[in-house]
Ligand binder design. Structure first.
Ligand code: MG
Length: 314
């Protein structure tokens, strides 16, 4: 990409991540300006604003590239705004978890961003859609939905991994294992108490490889259901997942599909999409294949659990 190709639109969430003093986005913008690029920074005022800014940039002939600086929520909104456009998206991970960026092989180093920008290697990214809300990574139904709801209700600004501690603890002690029903491509595959995950990336929070066969560009969504009715059972599932043995377990259902329904007779089941509160049940989840072109580090692999824990501690 050359400066003559057009300007670069930065869409920046000033609230993302654990603090505002990690200036990786600003350093990357400075690098681009030094090389003669016209960088135009747009801070987001509210969540959907990122999608509106991205949509505007995508239809602007003079814009050559969109850079999203923020966490998973910001990147999801920008991807949503770019859906169907051929303008490339580059992400600068600046959130607490950065699930999608980590899956694509980004770390939080400026060198990686520069290398990715220089190589111009892009891949198509599918999007999921739960009712009318887009997601890039993982939609969760039940336990993790409740954790996300608690984190969000107490959120006042930047959050860290520590802000998840009490919500997880309280959800563990109070969670009611309500039955849910799941259909994949017309076939009922589950009806009972459990945890349901639908998504496009292999690794979830702290790098847990829940949707282990997921590929973000294969046109399919992966579904993993943990049959689970007690805290003790949930603990066993967690340990199995940590040691990557869960999908062989007889009380785990693993499928791939394009059209997924999750429903329940109970109204108190929380859902989450990409770490934000999701739409209520019943949920109809579909895939939008090759929705966005994303620039990725060539040959990079998703970061593992150890790497992510070290990153969170640093
Ligand atoms: Mg997929």
């Amino acid at each position: 990409m050359k400066p003559e190709d057009g300007y670069i639109a930065f869409i920046v969430n000033p609230m993302a991540g654990s603090s505002s003093n990690k200036p990786i986005g600003r350093r990357f913008a400075a690098y681009l300006r030094d090389r003669g690029f016209d960088v135009r920074t747009n801070p987001t005022m509210y969540m959907e604003h990122a999608a509106e800014l991205a949509e505007r940039a995508s239809s602007d002939y003079d814009c050559a590239l969109i850079v999203a600086v923020g966490g998973d929520g910001t990147i999801r909104e920008v991807a949503h705004g770019l859906e169907g456009s051929d303008k490339p998206l580059m992400m600068v991970p600046h959130g607490t978890e950065n699930l999608l960026a980590s899956e694509l092989g980004f770390d939080e180093k400026l060198d990686t961003l520069i290398r990715t920008f220089e190589a111009q290697y892009t891949r198509p990214l599918d999007l999921g859609k739960s009712n009318d809300r887009c997601f890039t990574s993982i939609a969760g139904f039940g336990f993790d939905g409740q954790v996300v709801d608690r984190v969000h209700r107490q959120r006042t600004g930047h959050i860290t991994h520590l802000d998840y501690f009490w919500p997880i603890w309280r959800s563990l002690s109070e969670y009611k294992f309500r039955p849910m029903m799941v259909r994949v491509d017309g076939e009922e595959i589950f009806d009972g108490p459990g945890l349901v995950f639908v998504g496009n990336i292999s690794r979830y929070s702290v790098g847990l490889k829940i949707l282990e066969q997921a590929d973000f560009g294969d046109g399919l969504l992966d579904v993993c259901i943990y049959k689970c009715a007690s805290r003790r059972h949930l603990a066993r599932h967690s340990i199995m997942t940590l040691f990557k043995g869960h999908s062989k377990s007889s009380d785990v259902i693993y499928r791939q599909g394009k059209d997924i329904h999750v429903s329940s007779e109970h109204a108190d089941i929380f859902t989450q999409i990409d770490g934000d509160p999701g739409p209520p049940l019943p949920a109809h989840i579909t895939v939008i294949p090759s929705a966005v072109n994303v620039m990725v580090p060539e040959g990079a692999k998703p970061a593992g659990i150890k790497t992510r824990i070290l990153r969170a501690l640093s």
